[in-house]
Design a protein around this ligand. Sequence first.
Ligand code: GLU
Length: 461
Amino acid sequence: MSTIETTLKSDKQKKANQYIEKIYNATEQRNPHESEFLQAVKEIVDSLAPVLAHHPQYMDSGILERLLEPEKSISFRVPWVDDQGKVQVNRGYRVQFNSALGPYKGGLRFHPSVNESIVKFLGFEQIFKNSLTGQPIGGGKGGSDFDPKDKSDMEVMRFCQSFMTELYKHIGPETDVPAGDVGVNAREIGYMFGQYKKMRGAFEAGVLTGKGLQYGGSLARTEATGYGLVYFVREMLEDKGFDFNGKTVIVSGSGNVSIYAMEKAAEYGAKVVACSDSDGCIYDENGIDLATIKELKETGDDRVSAYTDKHPNAQYLEDCSNIWSIPCDIALPCATQNEIDEETAKTLIDNGVKVVGEGANMPSTTEAVDLFLDSDILFAPAKAANAGGVAVSSLEMSQNSSKLMWTFEDVDEKLKEIMKNIYQNSIQAASDYGTPGNLVSGANIAGFIKVADAMNAQGII
Ligand code: GLU
């Protein structure tokens, strides 16, 4: 490159960097208390510096200014009556972040930690994740600070009905299609679907995904996020000439994502030795017996500590963060946001971890991600690695609109293909924009470009 070219290039880069700093500071000022949202924004905008330097048209048309502000955001009161006849009030949210690629799509989270910042970070990440799937879906997210964990079945039903009595006005198969997330599984989706149908006076199967198989659900949706994570990590390993066979794996969490990540990793010959819940973790050096976990978690509502009743040789460690002190080759954080901080990342690296694949949304703090990227481990970021769930949700929407039901094998094959494409597109974007091998920036860039081009094509709206 000539001196002039180098100067021009660095001028463009400088301009892009200044623009990013300005955009980020403005976002911080506008959303001062939303730490999780700001964390997600920072990661994305920092990754985009080389893209903006190459394509200044994205700055000219205010793509980032528009992307960072949800198209629409609602919060609403959710009153319901508990089993003692007492009135309870929770807060409901739906953030409709971006519809450049299709109807808003993203889950509903019911957990006491849910607030505006959490819903916005999840909705914001969903835009890029959904774009990466290659499916025609925009990004959104919602939820409530309601905790289904200590509630009776009838209380959960009354809550879901009240929640949907407001939400139904804002969603629809061509508008916004919610699904599950933490605390929202087939039971909650069923109660919400029933209420939507009643309020709308029509059976619109495509309004929610993650439905039961009797009324429009898709085979392999339950398994999709966990399986998809393992398919993604397998792609990453194969690229370097490795596989799961004989590797020691730990998977935090014990919900839907964790269970099916453990199942697929074990099927590929890995030894999964630990999983957790919010109270503690179990370590079974012979390999976790998944049937016991499924029995505890899927049929009952038990804690993982009960695992040792059936497997006395396994160890139960109080405090779920202890799971990260167990040495492993592959770590799959599948519990919740920011479960791996800098200290934990250090411990994992010191203990010889070779791969970290994120199944939960944003499970690693910014500092932890930086450490992973600076070390020589393979790091699969959530937006790419856990996109299998929403990808199969989109396949569920396709089945609903064509009134067909595909076989498990059909859906699973499509899921594998989607995860492979996400890996390839992300690794390609990383190398195209000067960060070879960095899947964080690769996924952010690949996800962004498609949305930005669609937004530009649709004018300033
Ligand atoms: N909650 C899941 C996610 O974080 C799935 C969303 C969906 O299926 O719409 O991607």
